[in-house]
Write a protein that binds this ligand. Sequence first.
Ligand SMILES: *Cc1c(COP(=O)(O)O)cnc(C)c1O
Length: 414
Amino acid sequence: MIPRLRPPFRIGELLAAAFRRGRPDDEARFEARFAERFGFPQGLFFPYGRSALNTLLVALGWRDQEVLMPAYTCVVVAHAIALSGNQVRFVDSQPEHFLVSAEALQDRLSPQTRMVIPTPLFGYPVDRAGYREALRRRAPQALVVYDLAHGFGVEDEQGLQANEADAAIFGLGLGKQISTLYGGMLLLRDAHLAREVRRVRDTQFRPAGRWRGARLAAYGLAASWALREPFLTPVDWLERHTRLLHSVTEYYYGKGGPSLPDDLRTRPTRLQARLGLTQLAQYDAIVARRRELSARYERRLADRGFGLFAARFAPTFSHFPLCVAERDCVASALRLRGIQVGKLVDYACSDLPGYGASAGAHRWATWYGGHVLNLPNWPAMREAQVDRVVDTLSVIRDSRPEWFVASLAYARAA
Ligand SMILES: *Cc1c(COP(=O)(O)O)cnc(C)c1O
């Protein structure tokens, strides 16, 4: 079976990070190099991306302040805001695209907006110029914090999309472009704010326990094997038919209501910083390969008349999104033919428990939450495997055309 994802590190690389003697300044070097690569002067390493955002809000000392984020994105972002004592406000997707438009953003901005979280989901660039103009008109005071967990080095005509932003957060979990097993990064432009966040982190966070590095390495190895045969097929079965893996799948997101993991304030280990350094060195090659594979998907799927999402500049493709009418049917049919696909964001945040006041209010986000599939595009995939995915989709569509959408506009009308 072709897995929906593979960790971005090799097993040898993980073992080297675990067993090679590091340097005492590995974490500081990782933070500095990461910040430099993605265009910020300041970087802080955290145990999760959500921990980075939550700590930023705590360090700002805000209570009950309004933070705008997309309704169609990972719900842990909403949890990080809500549990910092601030208010989450969602912005809907567009009828033709899962991204938030500048118009939708502008409609939701007000003098009360203190923070905005532009999110280039799946590595698709947002309308930066439009967002900038909307902010200038309606909320020039707002702090702009890009969520680059999917959009690491995402660019447009003016270079890195976050190169004017106040801050950016990144996720470094197993499914991200590069990974430190678990982990997150906060990049900041302002040195004073960075000093304050660092102070909060260094006083409120616990050091990692003695065996945490070893436990994480074991987790990384288990996950690497679980996403390869002969384990992939039985693990896929367990995931669908039992609750055994819920602790690593569902719990991770907290879809049951606002919650954050117990180790939200545990410092990452040295092993993770070392792994981060070797991963960062491969970032450019990883993204180049994802773009290559995804461009192949785009060409072949377009040739066969599948509707694709438009992009204003080449996406970095943390995932390859495809809209279908009957997602579970298509996913099962693909699985029967040896292809596992993802449904990374299968909800609108505003429809989840804890955010119920706005349930149903973001209809396009809700629609994407029910209809987007993520095709495998991990960097070690071969072209022949991409072709197999496309051919298989075509075969399934030949027998069940009603499971697919001819184009996004068509889907809306239906
Ligand atoms: C993964 C992810 C995050 C946060 O990452 P964690 O490290 O899991 O807290 C934030 N935003 C998006 C869009 C993500 O996919």
